[in-house]
Design a protein around this ligand. Structure first.
Ligand code: SF4
Length: 73
């Protein structure tokens, strides 16, 4: 089985939008945009990715829910 890809893709009307994903941090000034924090280096550092459309972007790592405060950066 192929590992779930974190490669973000545009998928109009996706049922798994970044919007509902626990790895997404909403942009307080623009609700359509946000940042994805699913990326981790081997050393544990987080690399954030810009999400230009949180309603229609998705990836194989989508997980519904909220990140606990401890996991946030
Ligand atoms: S769906 Fe994928 S790209 Fe979007 S926030 Fe979640 S992990 Fe990041």
């Amino acid at each position: 089985m192929e590992a779930a890809s974190i490669e973000m893709r545009f998928e109009e009307g996706t049922k798994k939008p970044c919007r509902t994903c626990k790895w997404q941090i909403a942009d307080p000034t623009n609700p359509e945009q946000g940042q994805c924090t699913v990326g981790r280096t081997e050393m544990g550092a987080v690399w954030k990715r810009w999400i230009r459309d949180v309603f229609n972007m998705t990836c194989g790592k989508h997980e519904e829910g909220k990140l606990s405060f401890r996991e946030h950066v």
